[in-house]
Design a protein around this ligand. Sequence first.
Ligand code: NI
Length: 266
Amino acid sequence: MKILYLKNRVIYTALLIIIILIIITILIFDIHTSHSYPDIDITHIEEKEIDGDNLIEIKGENERREILLQKYKEKKLIALTFDDGPSKYTEGLIDELKKRNVPATFFLLGENAQKFPSAIQLEVDAGNEIGIHSYKHNLFTKLTNNEINEQILLTKYMIFSEVDIHISLIRVPYGSINDRVNEVLKENHLTNILWTVDSKDWKFRNVTKIYNYVLKNIKGNDIILMHDIYSTSVKSATLLVDKLQSDGYVFLTVSELLEIENLAKN
Ligand code: NI
């Protein structure tokens, strides 16, 4: 009786140890997998960006360059840019641009990206380019290097919380720049983009005035500055796209325009 009891005890203990070992193995595996966060893979992002270039179907690099150069020579290129968004008007703007197959470049304000996060994915999905404006629209020339870095990183954080993209462009608030600010931007691998035509939409707040002013000042190969935080800007942008498309203008993102300008220089 006592031997049988001991034998059973040994078997139970052995079983118990095996079960505990199995549980520990499962736990370790689980903890390991749940804690292995994926790092941001920059190479992967760059690859995706190249894949996503659908402006001109890539048949061969030389042929693509030829097409881009030809377009540049025609001086009928426009990069539409929108600052300070997203806002409650952004989704409507994205829809109108998408219907017309027009990509734009959005320089996001971190603060507003936080308020309207869903617009960011929509912007990217519709083939638009995203750049940084700042977090709180401060004059960068009045900020310390650390404060500028903070504005950039916070805005990047808001954008990366929504989309997996690479950001290479910034438009500093008010276009206010000096050598020191430029150095900080360079350290962040950002190129500052200004504009050639200011639509003055922030001042006019009137569809007809904005529309006429832009048409009067446009010459081709322009970067137009607008703001997607006013309904009048969105409405006039839509009308301008219709008019300019019928006049033979081709819309592209700022990066595409810069690429063409670089090609033309060489
Ligand atoms: Ni601004």
